[in-house]
Ligand binder design. Sequence first.
Ligand code: COA
Length: 268
Amino acid sequence: MSYSTLRIERLDKGVVWVEIDNPPANAISDALVDDLDALLSVLEADKTARVLILASAHPKTFVAGADLKMMTQNASKYAGQGGAIRDAASRMQRVFDRVAKFPRPVIAAIHGHALGGGCELALACDFRFMSGGTIGLTEVSLGLIPGAGGTQRMTLLLGRAKATELIFFAKRLSKEEAEAIGLITKAVEPERLREEVIAFAESLSERAVFAMGLAKQAMDAAVPLDHGLTVEAENFERTFGTGEPLEGIAAFLQKRPAKFLKDAAAKA
Ligand code: COA
């Protein structure tokens, strides 16, 4: 099987190293979502794939989040067609949920920026090692909300108060800040990321990985996310009705600060 946006490396002890390679920005396009979906089907069925590592081939970025250029095109393409934006976003949410439910351990090896959907993908993993860049749910700065599980998984991981602060202010944290609040498992030096993550993956792989998968499923049953994910997907679509994404995404693409408070900005 070949993938246009993923590079797969089979390592010793059943460790699979997957690099996301979707230039120029390593944003999450439809093709990347489709590739991840197909890869998960292959690896779920392949019991020799004992531990999965998600990494990136981009020089500076782990994953830059949803593809904002594609999203802008979709927003105009689907204008007036209720539910179409939600359907597109829900596919990403569903595939990230598959990552979260993968029946063996999954590790994110984050060497660069993990923003928006990039942070959500990392949150869907069981462990996060980070060596550089920034991590955070940046969607509100664009007039959006996290739509691929971020509102749910950030809140579960860090609690409501911290998640509110990070999401409202669209904070981008360094590896040290992320480690201090428990958002990542471990901050590591850039030259040691691959080595440390593979050593960690091998130590997991020597243990009972199928038991880990079953433990994961049982832990997830403590707080079923289905309803929360549905509300998240509905509200993601509703952000487009507020007009805020129009300004937020345009401002990002035009490399200027967003002016959500237009009257105040006009008076200034
Ligand atoms: N979707 C589409 N294009 C994106 C993108 C995204 N999520 N993130 C970056 N790009 C594009 C930029 O528009 C730019 O395009 P241009 O060369 O045509 O101007 C190019 O990728 C490089 O981005 P730039 O910001 O110049 O690079 P950088 O190295 O200084 O910063 C990031 C990289 C990832 C930190 C920065 O681009 C960023 O903050 N991206 C947005 C992340 C985000 O908030 N994602 C949430 C989406 S819901």
